[in-house]
Design a protein around this ligand. Structure first.
Ligand SMILES: Cc1cc2nc3c(=O)[nH]c(=O)nc-3n(C[C@H](O)[C@H](O)[C@H](O)COP(=O)(O)OP(=O)(O)OC[C@H]3O[C@@H](n4cnc5c(N)ncnc54)[C@H](O)[C@@H]3O)c2cc1C
Length: 439
């Protein structure tokens, strides 16, 4: 049987067959065929989730990499209808041709549109929508092969977007885009204490995040405001030198070396900070170019969303852990922000959130243990009513998660209606939503 492996190598599995449909009717046909032969089906996107959410042993796989076209684009309304397998990079480039852009997005552009939406992918800024909040309408292929058109008045609207692949296959997605815009990005370094003290002030910036370099007490502040100033001119060479050569190749080498001598991680974090993040910088970029960073080194990530009012206390508790020196960990600890979200299973459901993300790298594929670090941070953030990012590692039980989501049981009810045979179920979903209670 053929084997599927995700981007980070955090899982692999054997599957029955891979389908690459090019139309909605072909997607429906695959689902119906699978129902008839009582086989599970799983859509795989770009494989960028390091949680087991896309792992589907023995299933029939669907890749929508050929279901990737923009079907309609109306620059005056900003409405853009796309096939859900489109990669964000291709989407953003085509939007630009129509004078449009996504209002906000995450740090990379390699995900499929549907994969990003299904896991609640977010960017940063307390007024800036996650990708699912930029949806106007969508179609969903259910487990019985029915195609449902969902708009803002439909009862499924807030349930079927961030749906973890559990309710059906997102087929076409109509986005509400904005006129293409530029951002003036300002970055500067400060101490962790100053950054935390000035959080309320920093949060006035529409787009804002912190990259904390553990064991150095240094933080890079990244802020961006919309501008009409002309875009900065940056040579391709300068971009390549900083972001690819230093930011990826040299850094990956350093990550590999320090994996043999963990005590050197402190100095390495300081070196990277000094080389790449310490100098104040200001530039003007089109929004898409400002949001996206080329990230090549494989990594495992854990990211929890906590209520924004808890951010300061949570960061201070994490600082105490880092300062204790009981573990030496790599940069960065990423601190981002997102507005309250109405999607039932969004990590930001009904609360403005601070997202705290930690990383363990796998330089050249070398697996470095992540458990001690991740579990420690889990214990800290669990006390702050944290909700885990669906695409990333976490340690919450289904029972604990159920308490965190007001619509959990409504979601389960919809799941049994839309996927009565459990066509889309995998181990990840079974653990979350299986109705059998643990004894
Ligand atoms: C380097 C890196 C940077 C990242 N940066 C960010 C970030 O800034 N912000 C953030 O929030 N996340 C971030 N992520 C997480 C990433 O956005 C998610 O893992 C996203 O789900 C990846 O999309 P994918 O296409 O790879 O989906 P996959 O990982 O392949 O699949 C994820 C889930 O989506 C489901 N799915 C895929 N297509 C469909 C469909 N058509 N219909 C229904 N379900 C579907 C799959 O079945 C699976 O359950 C990052 C990940 C990496 C590796």
């Amino acid at each position: 049987m053929p084997v599927y492996r995700n981007w980070s190598g955090s899982f692999q599995f054997k599957y029955q067959k891979l389908h690459q449909p090019t139309s909605e009717s072909e997607i429906v046909a695959v689902v119906r065929q699978a129902t008839n032969s009582r086989q599970k089906v799983k859509v795989v996107g770009s494989g960028h989730s390091c949680s087991q959410i896309a792992k589907a042993d023995d299933a029939i796989l669907i890749s929508l990499k050929n279901y990737n076209r923009i079907l309609e684009a109306d620059p005056s309304s900003g409405l853009v209808k796309a096939q859900s397998g489109i990669i964000l990079r291709d989407l953003c480039k085509q939007l630009k041709h129509h004078g449009l852009a996504l209002q906000n997005m995450g740090t990379i552009d390699e995900q499929t549109l549907a994969g990003a939406i299904a896991t609640g992918t977010h960017g940063t800024g307390i007024t800036q929508p996650a990708i699912d909040q930029q949806i106007h309408a969508y179609t969903l292929v259910t487990g019985t092969g029915e195609v449902i058109e969902v708009d803002q008045n439909h009862e499924l609207y807030e349930a079927g977007k961030v749906a973890l692949g559990a309710l059906g296959i997102l087929s076409t997605i109509t986005l509400k885009c904005v006129a293409n815009f530029k951002l003036e990005v300002n970055t500067f370094s400060t101490s962790l204490q100053q950054a935390v003290k000035k959080l309320p002030e920093h949060l006035q910036s529409p787009y804002f995040r912190l990259w904390w370099f553990p064991h150095t007490n240094k933080v890079q502040v990244w802020q961006a405001n919309e501008t009409t100033k002309p875009a900065s001119i940056e040579s391709k060479w300068a971009y390549w030198y900083k972001n690819i050569l230093l930011g990826n190749y040299v850094t990956e080498l350093g990550l590999w070396f320090t994996s043999f001598l963990p005590t050197s991680i402190r100095s390495f974090n300081r070196w990277v900070f000094n080389q790449l993040f310490s100098q104040p910088q200001s530039n003007v970029r089109y929004a898409y170019d400002a949001f996206v960073i080329p990230i090549r080194t494989k990594q495992l990530v854990m990211e929890y969303a906590i209520p924004i009012g808890q951010a300061e206390s949570a960061i201070k508790k994490m600082e105490a852990f880092i300062e204790s020196g009981s573990q030496v960990v790599h940069f960065p600890i990423e601190i981002r922000f997102a507005p309250s979200n109405e999607a039932w299973m969004s990590m930001s459901y009904e609360r403005t959130s601070c997202y705290i993300g930690i990383i363990t790298y796998h330089p050249y594929g070398k697996k470095i243990p992540h458990e001690p670090y991740f579990r420690q941070i889990h214990h800290i953030l669990a006390d702050f009513d944290a909700r885990p990012h669906w695409a990333k590692i976490h340690y919450f039980s289904a029972e604990a998660l159920e308490q965190k989501y007001a619509k959990w049981n409504d979601f389960k009810r919809l799941r049994s209606q839309l996927d009565p045979e459990g066509m889309f179920e995998n181990e990840y979903l079974k653990k979350l939503f299986s109705t059998e209670k643990k004894t």
